[in-house]
Design a protein around this ligand. Sequence first.
Ligand SMILES: [Zn+2]
Length: 210
Amino acid sequence: MSQAILHDDGAEGARSVAALHVVDINDQQSRAENAVAELLTALGRDVTSEHLADTPRRVAASLLEMLTPRDFAMTTFPNDENYRELVLVRDIPFHSLCEHHLLPFRGVAHVGYVPGDRLVGLSKLARVVELFSRDLQVQERLTQQISAYLTEQLAPRGVGVVLEAEHLCMTMRGAQSAGATTTTTAFTGVLAKDNAMRRQFRLAGADLPA
Ligand SMILES: [Zn+2]
């Protein structure tokens, strides 16, 4: 952070918050590295070998990256033309970490809304999916959180969220059901009440569940 920005923001407050953040991230990285080394040792692996020497650092950095959403501004615009139909963005790719096994689940999100007085930049729908998917999650909660956030931010007439994902904890271990996907849905407002409107969501998304 430059001196100019520190000065503009009111010096000490900005400086101390920034410094705290840096220390916190470094502390997380080094604690996670130690924990990964301990985990590998517990699994009977030799972390002093040349092959594994840098693995704890890489694993810790990967996990921190996957659990940290990028900042974004939820830009909205007035709905001056009074658009009252469905806005749907299909096939938004996402990945998350299952909170029960720390294994990835990944797939696509279809996110739509029927506007009230505000519209949102379309790319922001993908950023909202990322905001909640970069966390330890279950697919059901992720679906609800995306829906609730859009409802809170946009006060739309309705929201529809459909997630389709493959869970590696289900396809690579346990049931070992390779290729199985899980679908979760959240429909609110007119998309929950109005069958014709929900059918529109399904038709626009062709193969989505009703
Ligand atoms: Zn799992």
